[in-house]
Design a protein around this ligand. Sequence first.
Ligand code: MTE
Ligand code: MO
Length: 454
Amino acid sequence: MKADNIPSGRVQKAPENFLTPSGVKEVFAEGKKGRRDFIRNAFAAAAAGAAAPMAMAQGNPVPAEGGDPNILNLPEHTTGLGQGVAVEGYGKPSQYEANLQRRQSPGLTQTTQASVSFAPLQSLFGIVTPSGLHFERHHQGWWDIDPSKHRFMINGMVKKNMVFTMDEIMRLPSVSRFAFIECGANTATEWGNVAVPTVQYTHGMISCSEFTGVPLITLLELAGADLKNGKFVLAEGADGSSMTRTIPMSLITSGEVIVAYGQNGEMLRPENGYPLRLVVPGVQGVSWVKYLRRVEVGDKPYAAKDEAIHYIDLMPNGLQRQYSNIQEVKSVVTTPSGGQVLLDKGFYNITGLAWTGKGKIKRVDVSTDGGRNWRQARLETPVLSKALTRFNLNWVWDGKPAIIQSRAQDETGHVQPTYQQLRAARGTRSIYHNNAIQSWLVQENGEVKNVQVS
Ligand SMILES: Nc1nc2c(c(=O)[nH]1)N[C@H]1C(S)=C(S)[C@@H](COP(=O)(O)O)O[C@H]1N2
Ligand SMILES: [Mo]
């Protein structure tokens, strides 16, 4: 069944011509071999598309007669002696999970010095992104900086300029909080209806971690910052990208902005800013300055390059919208999603992620008919402010083409827009800040594809 034959006729088949023919083949080849194995085949198509999320990925079908050898024959792991502890090792995932990787998008130019890697959302559970699978965005490469030589400075509208070593920062009162980070360019290819094949590439520039560090306000108070006239802070990174961003003081005085050294219970990973990064919950990723070495207190926005010419939105009236910091309410179904293949009709767990930079997710509705009917999904706890929220919904697939969508609403009442609504408000020439409803087409043969419903 082709996308253009879908019931309503409202579906536009997303163009795939940006993918090389072999890239497209790779995505679906595995799935075609044996559709009965939803998990094994659908997710094994790793290179350009999906990746295996589940342990069952390696299982063989259970024989109808004669007993299951996987039960009848005692395996070696039941009769033999297992491996000893890896005494000084750092634990690694199972060898059977080798397909679970962050990857460069097939929709972007492939380079050896790539500057973006996408998190495999289709294979993740719950709300925490394992640190090794956190998306990466480097404007000038990443570094593994010696923490004993790293310095953090405060200047500008302060009583005294201050310099901290890492040891000095780690003596101060710390806080831990869960927060999502989303690059403002996440889902950018969909503005042009370029159908990158999987959710890894449509939405994989988002991750969620527990961050630990010192509230920036604590450090500013130590320096005697002028919190009355100092309305903005400039944050600067120590890499060669000259990454500087203006942070409004209101976010800092609320205590939310953290100068973080911890991520998911250990020190930050080098790719994510080791040994120090700014955590700015609810705000787009570019403001989460990595390798943080300096903040300056000022009385006006700095209009730095990454806020004057990048990360701005070209509006329909031809004007640029600047400082669109807060990431608005958004969600995406991660299974079933592009590149996956459904088995026969029957029961499936629809699952996905929702988030908003404005606070908590209030509800998520899911449609399986392209937005005509909606059912309320279960929000899994905890539902945390400015963190990812996991949702699930029971679904019985009747084997007919289906268009799966999710629509999130946050506690401020904002609802995720359709593409039609988004384009009406924002025009068609944007790159950043696309929070529209994503559609996945489940075809009769079980293959799931990225489509746009207008
Ligand atoms: N110093 C520095 N900070 C940076 C960047 C950078 O290139 N250098 N990239 C920014 C961008 S655009 C994003 S989306 C996030 C990505 O963070 P991550 O690589 O930890 O996912 O870091 C931001 N902070
Ligand atoms: Mo970004």
